[in-house]
Write a protein that binds this ligand. Sequence first.
Ligand code: URA
Length: 435
Amino acid sequence: MNAYDIILKKRRGAKLTEDELRFMTIGFTKGDIPDYQMSAFLMAVCFNSLDTEETRALTLAMMNSGEVYSISREVGGICIDKHSTGGVGDKTTLVVAPVCAACGVYVPKMSGRGLGHTGGTIDKLESIPGFLTDITHSQFVKIVRETGFSVMSQTKDLVPADRKIYALRDVTATVDSIPLICSSIMSKKLALGADGIVLDVKVGSGAFMKTVPEAEKLAESMLSLAKEFKKRSAALISDMEMPLGRAVGNALEVAESCDVLKGRTKGALRDVCVDLASNMLYIAGKGDIESCREMANKAIDSGKAFECFERSVSMQGGNTQALHKYSLMGKAADTAVVYAPSEGYISAIDAEGTGLAALALGAGRRRKGDAVDHTAGIRLLKTVGDYVYEGDEIATLYTSSKADTEQIAADFQRYVLITVSQPRRREHIFSVLRA
Ligand code: URA
């Protein structure tokens, strides 16, 4: 067996065997197959795809490239994992995990850092002074057991194949392939070994999937794998045409999540978080979907979810004062206001454009390993559906780096569409699929 023949076979559109997919995955992870051959292979997959059996074989090979845990057994209770395919202003984990924990469902969550225009949960949590995301597996299990949830950075020994393959996909324009995304996400979820998984598949300009049918195809592919591995699962297809909530940027998003957990903020972010949490509670067997929704809302309104958040942050070394006094997460050195260029209804705020503006302010990283400015980001003062007059303040930009805020403000104005007619109300969740 050799890499050349396997690349050629896939380039010609033929079906690969389980052995061939394992050979490519393990060979590349060990360093026996060079980047240029793996890049060609990934591109061939992008063009000719993988069928269900091939996707399953690739996922299995990736999952077995490192440690395989049984987190539910280690924690000693029902554990439900969650994964978002990534977006702008997507801080749902910070709300959903403590909500589920407050309702008696464990949430062990391994998360990533942001890259490009999308944010990462680990960067957001590191805005809290002292918060440690690089904890050991046994600390992780202990925090989940004692507080109901923990979020840590993905360890090097969990699916090392994905670490290497994802880094290569990122620079070879091979990220947005359904079987590659499916195997990347599901290998990590299966390797952790929770009882169930809720997937938040984002769709729109700020997401990998640009249309609902594409997102549903990805969701179905992940759900069918979950079913095969006897995992309870659900997938929510959610809107990423505009940023989720009002804040984009690490510390700003932690503050917004705290406001939701304290019951102070209603709207799209809370709605999406309650939908995700109720699906997690539902697949954990907590009741029918309506009673799970009620439970999730009660966990927020009673303050129990916020207490869980405080407990987990504290056990992870974070200063919980910062969850009350947000300025303890740092204050941006520079701010700028974005004004409405005309009068009318805000009809769209482009998610990708907003993410790129936040990146330019220093909130994200262009390359893996770049430092992020935790104070940087954008706060939307107006949102889709609001009526504005020319010169009204529509957003505030924050940065502590040497970003050209004037230029970014001018760019951001172009991402906000203002129309004479009132826009139609957009759904936050387009559909829910269950295995
Ligand atoms: N998130 C992942 O973990 N992997 C992908 O391929 C895309 C999104």
